[in-house]
Design a protein around this ligand. Structure first.
Ligand code: ADP
Ligand code: ZN
Length: 433
């Protein structure tokens, strides 16, 4: 089911007109209501009326995390504080949190985009939605919650953690859709085996997983272990939270709800706009947000945009799975490496569990990488295929795909700390980095 066919299947030309209209309105509001933008526009001698076509967007300045931090906590609000009905904050993965506000209308928009997200994964009002994203300042829990209610699901507000209880509720209430981070989905799947539960004891049909980078092999593992269809969902606090884009049944790319969020791809080094299909940094402009709109926000997330139609009938532009953040990029002996590439390689090796950590150290003046990965219990006790073989295979594949030599350490099943939210994959022990 498509939640809002009028906006989701709109003719492309018509959507471009809508975008221009909404962007012009947004820019005019920013110019009048937010001193930061008034000044930024004055600096480049830009008047809201100068925005005549979507191409003019490229003239406007970017906003990045630093600008948001400099205006901490509420300096970029575009409405009086009395109109704000909710506060959230980014999880601070990369530093001090960013505080964002929502008006009642913003909460409504968000509920709509989450209802769309759930429909993308096949959800209907008959579904039983278990939310194991954290509730609180993090946008995952409450974001999914309001959208689930909007769709009319039976919502189970579990929040993250308390794994045994999650499984009990999942079984007893016959949960059909699971919402959590992909790494917590793996944690749940492992725990299920320990409790002697199988996927047949559960009624799961689909999962909406996001908030962190994950791979195709993690998808397969989660689908197989939990017996569901796993969908990638994307969002970030600065833009609204989850509900910025979602993967439909076609899979492979996510539909960006581009009647609310205007996406662009830029070269992360030069800031130059890149054409469709090219990989670069995602930039979003809010078109309908009231309390906390942002102009050309640099996400640091790497993706590419595709405008060709999708078989599902939605005409929203599609974005590729996020392969990493620009600030996640490791430079190992001069080679650029993203953790997601390592995850992909590990996923191809038989007997290796999808739990890993990357440890960075400095040897002399060079960076060194250690890949710690869990092996499956079978491999651990297998005498035929020695652990050394597995270790060698991983090292060779990493060398072949990435061109670097990494130290590979195989660790016992369940020895890498499990996460309930975003997994901590990188341990950086380099001094003075
Ligand atoms: P923080 O930036 O502090 O982690 P958020 O909780 O707002 O704050 O997280 C948003 C970020 O999470 C995104 O910018 C992106 O890096 C990551 N993210 C969200 N959804 C996905 C996804 N489906 N795939 C990969 N990364 C994602
Ligand atoms: Zn589609």
């Amino acid at each position: 089911m498509i939640w809002d066919p009028y906006y989701e299947c709109m003719d492309l030309e018509q959507r471009r007109e809508l975008q221009l209209r909404r962007l012009r309105d947004m820019v005019a509001r920013l110019a009048v209501n937010v001193p930061y933008y008034t000044q930024a526009f004055a600096e480049i001698d830009f008047q809201p009326a100068d925005l005549r076509s979507l191409d003019d967007m490229a003239r406007l300045p970017f906003v990045d995390k630093h600008a948001l931090r400099d205006n901490y906590p509420l300096g970029l609000l575009a409405v009086p504080e009395s109109e704000v009905v909710r506060i959230h904050a980014s999880s601070g993965t990369t530093g001090q949190p960013i505080i964002v506000g929502y008006t009642a209308e913003d909460i409504n928009t968000w509920s709509e985009t989450i209802a769309r997200t759930l429909c993308c994964s096949g959800g209907t009002r008959h579904d039983i939605l278990q939310i194991a994203y954290g509730y609180g300042l993090f946008t995952g829990g409450l974001g999914l919650h309001y959208g689930g209610e909007r769709l009319g699901c039976m919502v189970i507000p579990m929040s993250a953690g308390n794994t045994a209880k999650q499984l009990m509720m999942m079984r007893d209430l016959k949960t059909t859709i699971l919402a959590c981070t992909p790494s917590y989905a793996l944690t749940l799947a492992d725990a299920m085996a320990e409790e002697g539960m199988t996927k047949e004891d559960l009624s799961l049909r689909s999962g909406v997983f996001g908030a962190e980078v994950w791979s195709e092999s993690a998808r397969q593992a989660v689908e197989e272990m939990l017996g569901l269809s796993a969908h990638d969902i994307y969002g970030l606090t600065e833009i609204i939270g989850p509900g910025v884009s979602a993967e439909c049944e076609v899979k492979g790319t996510m539909h960006v709800f581009d009647d609310h969020f205007y996406p662009e791809i830029i070269n992360p080094v030069t800031g130059e706009s890149l054409p469709a299909g090219e990989k670069g940094e995602l930039v979003f402009t809010s078109m309908t947000k009231r309390a906390f709109p942002v102009l050309r926000f640099r996400t640091r997330d790497l993706s590419a945009l595709h405008y060709e139609p999708c078989a599902c009938g939605r005409t929203h532009v599609r974005m590729e799975r996020i392969t990493g953040r620009t600030d996640d990029m490791l430079i190992i002996r001069g080679v650029n490496v993203f953790p997601s590439q390592i995850e992909e390689v590990l996923g191809q090796v038989e007997g290796v569990a999808p739990h890993y950590q990357l440890v960075l150290t400095r040897e002399g003046r060079l960076d060194a990488l250690e890949v710690r990965v869990e092996v499956s219990p079978e491999i651990f006790s297998d005498t035929v295929r020695g652990l050394e073989d597995v270790q060698q295979e991983i090292a060779d594949r990493l060398h072949h795909v990435l061109g670097i030599r990494a130290k590979v350490t195989l660790v016992e099943p369940k020895s890498i700390e499990r996460s309930v939210g975003k997994a901590k994959r990188i341990i950086d022990l380099r001094e003075g980095k």
